[in-house]
Design a protein around this ligand. Structure first.
Ligand SMILES: Nc1nc2c(ncn2[C@@H]2O[C@H](COP(=O)(O)OP(=O)(O)OP(=O)(O)O)[C@@H](O)[C@H]2O)c(=O)[nH]1
Length: 250
C-alpha cells in the first residue's frame, strides 16, 4: 500500500492578489521557504516531499500518521501568512494513492474556498515493515561533459526538461508512477513494483524521443527514505560498474 499526502495552500490564489497583486519574487521566496520546511519535517519522519507546483505539493508519507501531519501543519501555520490543508490518500499504485488524496482534498473544499482552513483529511495506512515502496532515482549520464560545460545554460535546461517530461509521461501512462524533477539532472520517481525490463524500456523511450541518455538506481523499502537511499546507492553502482540500471534486489 502506497500512502501519499497532497499538501495544498488554503485559498492561496485570492491571497496572492489581495489587496493587490503581490510581488512575484516575494511569492517565490514564500513558496520556496514553505517547501523547505515541509521537506525537512517530512524528511525527519522518513518521507519524501516534492515541490510539484508550489501551491500543491505531493509527499510520500508511508509510516507518517494523522497526528504527525497535524503537527507539521500547525508548525507551518505559525511561520507563514498562509495555512495548508493535507489529504492523505492510499492506493496500490502511486497514481491511485495521489488520486485518492486529490478526491479527499476536493471533498474537503475547493482550492479557493474561503471556508477551508487547515483540514487534515483521510486515514493513514498502518505502519509496515514490508519493502513495498519503490523509488527510482534517475540522472543524465555525463550532464556536465555533454551539456553543462558545453552549451548555454538555458539550452541545457531545455534539454533536461525535455528528458524529464518524456520520462514522466511514459512512467505515468505505462505504470501509474509519479516522477518529480528534483534539480540538477535528477528525477526521483515513485513507482509500483516493476521488472528491470520496464526501466530499460523507459530509458530507451526517453533516448529515442529526446536524445537524453539516463541511468537509474532503483531501491525498495518500507519508507521513502529507505527506498530512496537504496536508489542513491544503486546510482553510485551504475557509475562504478558502468551499467545503466541497478535494482536493489540484484
Ligand atoms: N537533487 C540532487 N541533485 C544532484 C544529486 N547528485 C547530483 N546532483 C545535481 O546534478 C548535477 C550533476 O551532477 P552529476 O549527475 O553527478 O554529474 P554528471 O556529469 O551527470 O556525472 P554522472 O552522473 O556520473 O554521469 C550536480 O551539479 C547537482 O546539481 C542528487 O543526489 N540529488
Amino acid at each position: 500500500m502506497i500512502q501519499t499526502t497532497l499538501v495544498q495552500l488554503d485559498n492561496y490564489g485570492p491571497w496572492t492578489v489581495t489587496p493587490e497583486p503581490r510581488a512575484e519574487m516575494c511569492l517565490q521566496a514564500l513558496q520556496a521557504r514553505l517547501y523547505a520546511d515541509l521537506a525537512e519535517a517530512v524528511g525527519h519522519r522518513n518521507g519524501y516531499a516534492f515541490y510539484t507546483r508550489g501551491d500543491n505539493m505531493i509527499s510520500v508519507t508511508n509510516g507518517i500518521g494523522r497526528e504527525a501531519h497535524a503537527e507539521i501543519q500547525s508548525s507551518l501555520a505559525v511561520q507563514y501568512p498562509v495555512t495548508t490543508s493535507m489529504a492523505i490518500g492510499t492506493g496500490a499504485t502511486p497514481k491511485e494513492a495521489v488520486d485518492d488524496a486529490s478526491a479527499l482534498m476536493q471533498s474537503a473544499g475547493g482550492a479557493q474556498s474561503p471556508n477551508r482552513e487547515m483540514v487534515v483529511a483521510g486515514t493513514s495506512a498502518p505502519p509496515s515493515t514490508d519493502q513495498h515502496l519503490s523509488v527510482a532515482h534517475f540522472d543524465v549520464i555525463d550532464v556536465t561533459g555533454r551539456y553543462t560545460d558545453r552549451m548555454g545554460a538555458f539550452e541545457t535546461y531545455r534539454t533536461i526538461e525535455r528528458g524529464y517530461s518524456s520520462l514522466m509521461d511514459h512512467l505515468y501512462t505505462a505504470h501509474g508512477a509519479l516522477s518529480f524533477f528534483v534539480g540538477g539532472d535528477n528525477v526521483v520517481a515513485l513507482c509500483p513494483s516493476l521488472p528491470q525490463v520496464a526501466y530499460r524500456e523507459a530509458l530507451e523511450h526517453v533516448r529515442e524521443a529526446t536524445g537524453v541518455t539516463l541511468q537509474v538506481g532503483v531501491g525498495t523499502g518500507a519508507t521513502a527514505t529507505e527506498a530512496g537511499m537504496a536508489a542513491k546507492h544503486g546510482l553510485e553502482r551504475c557509475r562504478k560498474e558502468t551499467v545503466r540500471i541497478t535494482m536493489a534486489r540484484d
